[in-house]
Design a protein around this ligand. Structure first.
Ligand code: 13P
Length: 264
């Protein structure tokens, strides 16, 4: 993590977990346990159905709220979809785009991910763009190639001045929900490669300002080692974000790591 140029971000992706009736209790427990977060942006990502309620409960606390998905279309006859203007209207500030679960289970393609990134930016929100390889692709030695392709395609047409509002999440599919975390070296190397790819497109100044997160079985125990990697600026947390204590341990690890860099 290098917070001289970019912000630490810890996001809790609740996926399709927690009932709307459970949100109040979660927030009530989170707020007094939340470490002072000036040095780390904390983002909660609930299901659409709980989004408005979570935004109201966290208003004024400094904790941001993200949607887990968005339609690529701004409005119209798209039954069951939720648009970027609708999300922005209720106060969502971030949107997860291209999560591997959307790619794998709902057939989301790279070009759709790109259109979603563009619409999120156009409507004043910040995309958290997820990229990452499957175990089979890694075994075939093609992980870097695929991740670099996913990155370039997702960012196609994103103007340089908008890149400050983009975060990238490297989430190797084989590490998501499996308890099998990437080693700090594996995750750090891929995040460094991602930053190099951004540098090739946008130049060094923009590349060093983009926060790159790691996601995949991150927890309170492995967070310090992962966040100590120079190109890992935070985490997107699934399972461990559902329990307030575990989530807060990861946030504390990010704050500690960013404080270390400040002292240097
Ligand atoms: P887990 O932390 O449950 O592996 O999920 C990671 C993830 O997919 C975050 O978006």
């Amino acid at each position: 993590m290098n917070t001289k140029y970019r912000r630490a971000i810890i996001g809790g992706n609740w996926k399709m977990n927690l009932l709307p009736s459970e949100i109040k209790a979660y927030v009530k427990k989170l707020l007094p346990n939340l470490p002072p977060t000036r040095d780390c942006e904390v983002i909660i990502c609930p299901s659409f159905i709980s989004l408005g309620q979570t935004i109201s409960a966290l208003r004024g606390t400094g904790v941001a709220v993200a949607a887990q998905n968005v339609s690529e279309f701004p409005s119209g006859a798209y039954t069951g979809e939720v648009s970027a203007p609708q999300l922005s209207d209720i106060g969502a500030t971030h949107v997860i785009v291209g999560h591997s679960e959307r790619r794998i289970y709902f057939g989301e393609k790279d070009l759709t991910v790109n259109r979603k990134v563009l619409t999120v930016l156009e409507h004043g929100m910040r995309p958290i763009v997820c990229i990452g390889e499957s175990g089979a692709i890694r075994d075939a030695g093609a992980a870097e190639e695929l991740v670099s392709f996913q990155l370039k395609t997702a960012l196609h047409g994103v103007a340089p001045q908008k890149m400050r509002r983009v975060a990238i999440a490297y989430e190797p599919v084989w590490a998501i929900g499996t308890g099998k975390t990437a080693t700090a070296q594996q995750a750090g190397d891929m995040c460094a490669m991602i930053r190099t790819s951004i540098r090739k497109i946008y130049g060094a100044r923009i590349a060093r300002s983009v926060s790159i997160l790691y996601g995949g079985s991150m927890n309170g125990d492995n967070a310090p080692e992962l966040l100590a990697q120079p190109d890992i600026d935070g985490g997107l947390i699934g399972g461990a974000s559902l329990k307030v204590e575990d989530f807060c341990r990861i946030i504390s690890a990010a704050i500690e790591e960013s404080a270390k860099i400040y002292k240097e």
